[in-house]
Design a protein around this ligand. Structure first.
Ligand code: 5GP
Ligand code: MN
Length: 334
């Protein structure tokens, strides 16, 4: 958590006269959108307006969250987004650890004179004016709750805040399953339910949203899932042509990589997908126990993330990338 002195300083910055902006990472997920909107609603409850700016669009299954549709999407409204960041006095940086993770917003953030406040749970955060980084906490949404506690603001937590924070904790813990899900996480979730977050409604809004295209894509990749390295590594992939044929929409492949990890004996799962427009391969890694995919992705695939969940990219062709990957995991003796 921030030190008491930092909290005092942050309190002095959070005044209606200051322009407050909240930004989050490229391809925002449930935790990114949930933490941004949860913080926005908390500030609102304190009588302070904040703008949420995201680098690019996010899936429909996150747009039900209160005020989600008021977020400024920089890829569509470049000038508006630039002006907001340029004029900001305070920029909250949520759920990312480096300006390189926020696409087009990265340069603007670095050049901005605003005070930059990082709240994030990824490994190896870079320099910001105020840093609250904790890689043990499963979701940035949980950290926003701790921040609200440190601000003595728990009484202000309302239904909007509760719904947003619940969503991010639920998605980043894979439904309260992943390793860093703690008793504290559950206590906070219990508080959020008391404040108005409805687990069944949120689960249904966020997860019972399969499209036919998503299920067809899932059937396709499950049909050819490959297990290498003595059954320890699962490999899944999709080509651009397949994405086009099946009418891929943003968010359709969310969670696919987890199916690899559900196979008995598998310690690491990797999902490779050709980008729909640009010539690169987006990779998702998931792992169990002490298999560190953050390090692996940093070392070989220009990426990073958490020990058990990370992302990366490759500029080689899809088939070459798969080959390279299999060689690397063999070398690392995973
Ligand atoms: P996902 O596989 O869901 O895209 O990402 C898993 C985790 O790794 C998320 O916490 C995400 O923020 C992080 N991540 C995804 N892609 C990248 C990347 O290219 N670089 C870094 N540093 N982190 C990433
Ligand atoms: Mn997160």
């Amino acid at each position: 958590m921030f030190t008491p002195a930092e909290i005092l300083e942050i309190k002095s910055l959070l005044i209606p006269q200051n322009k407050i902006v909240i930004i989050t990472h490229y391809n925002p997920d449930g935790d990114a959108i949930g933490s941004s909107l949860g913080l926005k609603h908390y500030l609102q409850a304190k009588g302070i307006h904040a703008e949420v700016v995201v680098p690019n669009d996010f899936p429909k299954f996150l747009k039900w969250m209160p005020d989600a549709k008021k977020s400024i999407i920089a890829e569509y409204k470049r000038k508006v987004a630039f002006d907001i960041l340029n004029e900001a006095d305070v920029i909250f940086c949520l759920d990312f650890n480096s300006p390189s993770r926020i696409g087009i917003l990265g340069d603007w953030l670095v050049k901005s004179k605003a005070k930059k406040i990082l709240i994030d749970h990824h490994q190896q955060p870079e320099q910001f004016d105020f840093v609250y980084s904790d890689t043990i906490i499963p979701a940035t949404c949980q950290m926003i709750y701790h921040f609200i506690e440190a601000m003595n603001g728990e009484d202000l937590v309302n239904k909007d805040i509760a719904e947003c924070l619940y969503t991010g904790i639920m998605t980043d813990t894979g439904g309260f399953r992943f390793r860093s899900t703690s008793a504290t996480t559950h206590r906070i979730v219990a508080n959020l339910i008391e404040k108005g977050a409805d687990p069944s409604v949120i689960t249904s809004n966020t997860w019972d949203t399969n499209t036919v295209s998503r299920l067809h894509l899932l059937a396709l990749i499950l049909g050819r899932i490959e297990v290498v390295n003595d059954g320890k590594v699962a490999v899944l992939y999709l080509t651009r042509k397949e994405l086009q044929e099946y009418g891929f929409q943003k968010g359709d492949t969310e969670g696919f990589v987890n199916y690899g990890l559900s196979i008995v004996g598998v310690k690491m799962s990797a999902f490779f997908m050709e980008d729909l427009y640009d010539d690169f391969i987006k990779i998702s890694f998931r792992s169990k126990d002490d298999v560190d995919v953050n390090q692996f992705s940093r070392k070989y695939f220009s990426g990073g993330g958490h020990i058990n969940a990370a992302g990366g990219k490759s500029l080689e062709s899809l088939m070459d990338t798969l080959e390279t990957f299999k060689n690397r995991v063999a070398e690392e003796q995973l």
